[in-house]
Every structure is written in structure tokens, then in C-alpha cells.
Ligand binder design. Structure first.
Ligand code: TMP
Length: 254
């Protein structure tokens, strides 16, 4: 295959021009960052696992009619996606207090919240992704009120569905981050789920032991990071055929 034109490189993924207009190729790297890239590292096999885990979850969401940018997985580290205009907002849903809400509001980590809480952060690395309210989002035109209605509605459905799906494999969905995009098709615009859903942007705890099975193992230097990502994939029934031997995947573009 010819080398594709790179359009964008993020902290954990690269976007390339897709084979047809309106498509992109999303490549998953092993690079990991935390605290707005102040902490950097590599988690061997992470890209391969996140590609698989995100594919699995996006397909499951598609089955319940959640529109997503996902088309199909191409190989170990790449998936074909629809080109969307990313809404510059990170949508965080929390079911249990952990991370920044625990710190900011002094809630002990592990406390179940009275109800699921949705927060918004403005996607801007220079500003360190500041938390914003719907007021800022609509006033500054990052999204319109109807876009926000779609985003909240989809987010709550995704939370309900994924909470149940993970619970079924002994994992508690503590919190997670979503991104949405505008998809223009047949003169119509639709809000669709974009980016990825993986242990990089979810907090996943073993339901019995509360052991962390996500990127907090990297953020907090807890060790056994690769093993935790593999265990999530194994429980979802999607570890690559050959098992963990297979996880390095191609390092370079084909
Ligand atoms: P937080 O507790 O640090 O605000 O994180 C909430 C959730 O969002 C957690 O599951 C990790 C995820 N997240 C990202 O995916 N990207 C980010 O840049 C941050 C800060 C959090």
C-alpha cells in the first residue's frame, strides 16, 4: 500500500488521509502521556489493544443505534473512520468519584455519586483543557444548543450501555471521556461519536477488588500497565488470537 498523507498527529494517535473522500485512517500508537503531556512513556502493545477495544465498543454501540465515526478495523493498529469535524469539547461522565473530581471537591475516591455527572472540558492543550460550562460552549459557538442536546442524550445512553456491558465482565465503569464530531452526509449534519473508547480514556476498576485496569496505572506509576489493558481485552473476549505474543504489531506504516 502506498504511504498515506499524514493529516494530524496527536498524543496517542495519528490521522492519515483515507482511501476514499470523507474517510480517514486512525493509527493507534503505543505512546502514553498524562497531565497534559508533562509525563510521557510507552506502553508496549497499547495501540494494538486500544484499536481492538475501541472497535469492539464502537460496534456494540452501533448495535444500539448510537452513530459513530467507525467504519472498520484495517489491521493491528489502524481503523478506517468517517471524516468528521471534531467538536472541541471533551465530555466526561462520572459514576464514581475519582481523579480530578475527587481532588477538586474533596470527595473520597471510590464514592458512588448521587447520579451520573456530565462535565465539559475545552480541548486546548495550551490552556490545559480547562473545565467549561454549557454556557461557554454555546456562547463561544463551539457547539450549538441543539448539538449539545444530541451530545448529552448520546452520552447518557452510552454511559448506561457501557456500564452494563463492563459490569457483565466484572469491571466497574468509574468514569470516561468522549469526543463527538459533526458528520456531513447528503446535505445533512449529524452529531456522531468520534475518537476512541479504551482504557486510555476510561477508568475501569475490577468490580470485586477495585483494582485499577486503566491508564491510572501509568499516571500513578502503579506498574503492570500492559497486563491491565490485556486483561480488559481478555474479559471482553477480544484478545488477539495469538495472545499477548501478538501485541507488538507493526511498528511502521505499511
Ligand atoms: P479526570 O478525573 O482526570 O478529570 O479524568 C476523567 C476521565 O477522563 C478519566 O476516565 C480519564 C479521562 N481523561 C481523558 O481521556 N483525557 C484527559 O485529558 C483527561 C484529563 C481525562
Amino acid at each position: 500500500m502506498a504511504r498515506r498523507r499524514q493529516l494530524y498527529e496527536g498524543k496517542a494517535k495519528i490521522l492519515f488521509e483515507g482511501p476514499e473522500p470523507g474517510t480517514l485512517v486512525q493509527y493507534f500508537k503505543d505512546d502514553a502521556t498524562a497531565f497534559n503531556a508533562q509525563k510521557k512513556g510507552t506502553i508496549t502493545g497499547k495501540g494494538v489493544l486500544n484499536n481492538r477495544i475501541s472497535e469492539f465498543l464502537m460496534l456494540k454501540l452501533h448495535e444500539i443505534n448510537i452513530p459513530t465515526h467507525f467504519i472498520r478495523r484495517l489491521n493491528m493498529r489502524e481503523q478506517l473512520i468517517k471524516e468528521v469535524e471534531i467538536v472541541p469539547i471533551e465530555v466526561v461522565v462520572r459514576n464514581i468519584a475519582a481523579g480530578s473530581i475527587a481532588q477538586r471537591l474533596g470527595i473520597p475516591e471510590g464514592t458512588r455519586l448521587p447520579r451520573s455527572i456530565v462535565e465539559y472540558y475545552y480541548k486546548n492543550d495550551q490552556l490545559g483543557d480547562p473545565m467549561v460550562a454549557e454556557e461557554h460552549i454555546t456562547a463561544f459557538g463551539w457547539a450549538t444548543p441543539p448539538d449539545m442536546d444530541d451530545i448529552v442524550h448520546l452520552t447518557l445512553r452510552i454511559n448506561d450501555f457501557l456500564s452494563g456491558l463492563f459490569l457483565g465482565v466484572g469491571i466497574t465503569l468509574v468514569d470516561f471521556k468522549l469526543e463527538f464530531g459533526r458528520l456531513y452526509e447528503n446535505e445533512e449534519m449529524r452529531i456522531v461519536l468520534a475518537d476512541e473508547i479504551s482504557p486510555d480514556n476510561c477508568r475501569l476498576w475490577d468490580t470485586k477488588t477495585n483494582e485499577k485496569m486503566d491508564k491510572d496505572r501509568f499516571r500513578r506509576d502503579l506498574g503492570k500497565i500492559e497486563e491491565a489493558y490485556q486483561e480488559v481485552a481478555r474479559r471482553l473476549g477480544i484478545l488477539p488470537e495469538a495472545g499477548s505474543r501478538d501485541l507488538k504489531g507493526p511498528e511502521t506504516m505499511q
